[in-house]
Ligand binder design. Structure first.
Ligand SMILES: [Zn+2]
Length: 211
């Protein structure tokens, strides 16, 4: 930890310089460690393909909270997702076939309580080679000629988020009962605005306006 003595002068330029220096030292102390930790966590998702023979190659991933924490904007923080990836190396192209299944924690739209949402899906991405990096289509990625690895972490991040249904609702329990958190439902019911009966005199006034 670096300790700095605050300058005795009240001059504003000196204070600004002090703040700048202090922030810079803090940044130098903490930022590289943070970035390194995150980039190390995602390293297994960088697949080197240069040394692979033509044909199919298999990769397994177990995705958990550590993975989601690497993405600042993530909606998902808890989950267990298994990914089977088949990488087919062809003469001029790679074909990545993902088989994704597991569960992630989301908030129920009905009772506002977290639950584990099962997800499952298959995705295919075609990787071609060109002059520069380009996401040509949802399922076509162009890598610069001479690339020797492909980073699948952001693909997996997108696929998992897209597999979560738009409407998030607790699944029914084994007896077919509503799986929602009953305590939360009662609180939400109490907080919801109650319908007040409409004064019949308003009907008469509204009718006059229309006439
Ligand atoms: Zn619910």
């Amino acid at each position: 930890m670096v300790c700095l003595k605050k300058p005795s002068s009240n001059h504003s330029n000196a204070s600004l310089l002090f703040l700048f220096s202090y922030s810079f030292i803090l940044f130098c102390n903490f930022a590289p460690r943070f970035v390194k930790k995150v980039s190390n966590r995602l390293k297994p998702y960088h697949l080197g393909f240069k040394g692979l023979s033509l044909g199919h190659h298999h990769f397994d991933f177990d995705i958990g909270s550590d993975f989601f924490e690497c993405f600042e904007e993530t909606e998902i923080h808890v989950g267990q997702v298994k990914v089977d990836l088949d990488l087919e190396k062809q003469e001029k192209m790679l074909v990545l076939s993902f088989d994704i299944h597991g569960e992630v924690e989301v908030v129920c739209d009905r009772c506002a309580y977290e639950y584990m949402q099962p997800i499952s899906g298959k995705e295919v991405v075609f990787i071609k080679f060109g002059s520069e990096y380009l996401e040509e289509d949802d399922d076509v990625l162009i890598l610069p000629q001479g690339s020797h690895e492909v980073d699948v972490s952001s693909m997996l991040y997108d696929f998992i988020h897209l597999l979560v249904p738009y409407h998030r609702l607790h699944l029914p329990d084994e007896q077919g009962n509503l799986g929602c958190n009953k305590q939360n439902l009662e609180i939400l019911e109490e907080l919801s605005p109650k319908e007040t009966p409409v004064d019949p005199r308003w009907d008469v006034l509204n009718q006059l306006k229309i006439d």
